[in-house]
Write a protein that binds this ligand. Sequence first.
Ligand SMILES: Cc1ncc(C[n+]2csc(CCOP(=O)(O)OP(=O)(O)O)c2C)c(N)n1
Ligand code: SF4
Length: 248
Amino acid sequence: MTIVYEKSKGLTDVPFHYCPGCTHGVIHKLVAETLVELGVLGEAIGVAPVGCSVLAYNYFNCDMQEAAHGRAPAVATGIKRALPDKVVFTYQGDGDLASIGSAEIVHAAHRAEKITTIFVNNAIYGMTGGQMAPTTLVGQKTTTSPLGRDEDLCGRPIRIAEMLATINGAKFVERVSVDTPANVRKAKKAIKRAFECQIKGEGFAIVEVLSSCPTNWGLTPVKALDWLRDNMIPYYPLGNFRDFEEGK
Ligand SMILES: Cc1ncc(C[n+]2csc(CCOP(=O)(O)OP(=O)(O)O)c2C)c(N)n1
Ligand code: SF4
């Protein structure tokens, strides 16, 4: 029989533990396919975060290192500086990257570390039961904002891509979404470009991926994608903010 589709060699055979409909799995697939297509799977070293993707080291078919909450960019910096020929990436949620790890990511970008960050923004702390994250939308209900996020108390949600795009050492910054097949294809392109940025020795690269958390949003997988499209994309506009070749 002709094989028309198979699991990327960039992933192991271990089944994902993610909830049904969670788009972490889609994003893993895109990263894994990219490493294979760029021919760098053997050189890749990933750094896993805390959060639902804490077990990412079981899924990517390359060397992996676990980091404490928010510290993945610092760990990746050490690995890349010690082993400059390796292709080093971090995979981080929004609680991990935009909350406790906000200083880490800013300074890694500022130093123009030659690492690639995949930033999964699902507007909530997934693993620990759905608390409010820095990315939670105004009015969004979470376990720690049962009446909805209050702007006066908590400020407005942080736009990480826009913030990092102001930093000169960040050479590639793009925000993508995985809510539709067309957007998944665009997400793959951005992820590829972010790895190319590192391989060409340009500097820090980040792709912010808008992702769903059906479990903590209390929605079915399909309704969660609708919610992402209707509520997250208007506040977190998709697009490229910096590209190393276009001199943005
Ligand atoms: C050093 C440290 N601090 C806090 C925690 C608790 N903790 C584990 S996962 C998590 C939330 C992470 O959420 P997010 O990064 O948004 O990822 P998601 O689960 O949504 O994918 C927290 C606070 C921890 N495991 N380690
Ligand atoms: S809790 Fe949310 S982010 Fe975590 S695996 Fe489930 S759906 Fe995905």
